[in-house]
Design a protein around this ligand. Structure first.
Ligand code: S2G
Ligand code: ZN
Length: 466
């Protein structure tokens, strides 16, 4: 991009907000979890919505291609930029504009880090429930544009269900002001929902009115071990029953994931004897009159009476509970330390998870007998990260060479089980071709038509999503 353009953009957003990519600050140009490098023409980081609007108007008039970016923690190549594209980072749009306790709402700008927003809500005796591994660096704009999930979806829904309103800037610079704090607003199309999960293809979210929940007053977590994947469904049903709607999370962990986490994380020790499968669940309540520990104890007693579990531990303190969830957080890193991995972010109807697990295991081993399945995930949403680790007797190149064959087997099984190829991580560049394979022509045509309405010059997120 020539220097005149950089000068123009500097005049619009301030020279200090133009970021020159170099080896030191590759935070914007390397997608940190996949380690892929971008080489954008320029990185612009406006620090207010008005400048963002002027910048987009300038890009619109000049037909420059734009890649919106939040915390750059995505997993599907959604923030990669080509040399003829401008990364527009929202990180400097990072003010918490207001908190409205009695409205259970909080107005924050896109560049706010999720963990900071969670903390600010907690300080005001409120709870913003979207919680995921990257929360220390992902941004509010990022979780909105990918409709991020995480471990609390079972009780609180995805990001989509926790947004009252948004402020968004369209490709031509038009600002859509709909930062309302209303629990209900039935006045035509719910336009905000179009931008949530659109991966930046329809506009750049600059701020959001978040929906807050009452802060949990007490929580307790249970790690139980069991033998057969089918028992996980009965345990989930029992946990729902005995929690009287206080069940926040229900995560599935395979023995491989547990054993690898223990192997690679010195600070974590085994808390119950080895089992084939584990479920980690959390009961939480905001009520001063509900004793979640006794709910969890009743759950465990009944599970034991029904011989659903081999062993279990119930947290008796916050630090013990944090220790249990550290296992869940650490298992993703632990897999990375076991060599190359082939990952899936799939979901099927909950009742079909056992069939998914057994069929995928059987069919993938026909392609690669020594492959190491590494399944874990959000059983409560039917969302299983059915990952595979490189066989110990195979080099990375040979392993990678089979990746698309393995993906095909897995996605065909998911499709037959009425599932989805992407439950929470989105499509980006990596799954664009897959989406075309598994989404109906009618769906794809409609999505493309909507995209043309919002981005008539085809400038936003070219080559991503649809
Ligand atoms: C999780 C992250 C999956 C991965 O931990 O629930 O969303 O493989 C995932 O990074
Ligand atoms: Zn996940």
């Amino acid at each position: 991009m020539n220097s005149r353009i950089a000068t123009d953009i500097g005049n619009i957003i301030g020279d200090k907000n133009i970021i020159v990519p170099n080896t030191d600050n590759n935070d914007f140009t390397i997608d940190r979890r996949q380690k892929r490098q971008s080489f954008p023409a320029l990185i612009a980081s406006p620090d207010n919505t008005a400048d963002l609007s002027k910048l987009l108007t300038y890009c619109y008039k000049n037909k420059f291609r734009v890649v919106p970016q939040g915390g750059n923690t995505g997993l599907v190549g959604g923030t990669l930029a080509a040399s003829n594209e401008i990364i527009i980072s929202t990180r400097r749009l990072n003010k918490i504009r207001a908190i409205h306790k009695l409205d259970y709402s909080m107005i924050v700008e896109s560049g706010c880090i999720l963990a900071d927003v969670q903390a600010q809500a907690n300080r005001n005796d409120r709870f913003f429930p979207v919680s995921l591994g990257a929360e220390g660096s992902c941004t509010i704009g990022g979780i909105i544009s990918t409709n991020a999930g995480g471990i609390n979806v079972l009780r609180y829904g995805n990001t989509r269900q926790n947004i009252h309103g948004i402020e968004v800037v369209l490709a031509d610079g038009t600002i859509i002001h709909s930062l309302n704090r209303l629990g209900k607003d039935n006045t035509g199309y719910d336009l905000k929902q179009l931008f949530i999960g659109a991966e930046g293809t329809l506009g750049i979210v600059s701020a959001a009115a978040l929906k807050l929940s009452p802060a949990p007053l007490s929580t307790v977590s249970v790690l139980c071990g069991f033998s057969r994947i089918e028992q996980s469904l009965e345990l989930l049903e029992l946990a729902q029953l005995y929690s009287s709607n206080q069940l926040t999370s229900f995560e599935l962990i395979s023995s491989v994931a547990m054993d690898n986490t223990l192997k690679h994380t010195p600070s974590i020790s085994r808390v119950i004897p080895a089992c084939s499968w584990y479920a980690l669940c959390q009961f939480s309540t905001s009520s001063p009159v509900i004793d979640v520990s006794s709910l969890a104890e009743n759950f465990l007693e009944t599970a034991a009476d029904k011989q659903l579990i081999k062993d279990a531990v119930l947290s008796r303190s916050i630090s013990q509970e944090n220790g249990l969830w550290k296992i869940r957080e650490a298992l993703v890193t632990a897999q990375r330390l076991e060599g190359e991995s082939i990952k899936h972010d799939i979901a099927v109807p909950i009742s079909k998870v056992p069939e998914l697990v057994r069929t995928v295991d059987r069919e993938v081993k026909k392609i690669m007998p020594s492959i190491r399945p590494y399944p874990f995930g959000h059983l409560g949403d039917g969302n299983i990260h059915y990952n595979f680790s490189q066989p110990t007797d195979m080099d990375a190149i040979t392993f990678r060479a089979k990746e698309s064959a393995i993906h095909n087997v897995v996605y065909n099984i998911v499709d037959k089980l009425d599932g989805t190829i992407s439950a929470e991580h989105g499509i980006g560049t990596d799954k664009k071709a897959l989406l075309a394979q598994y989404k109906s022509t009618a769906d794809l045509d409609l999505m493309r038509a909507i995209r043309r309405v919002f981005d008539p010059h085809s400038q936003l997120q070219v080559g991503k999503l649809v």
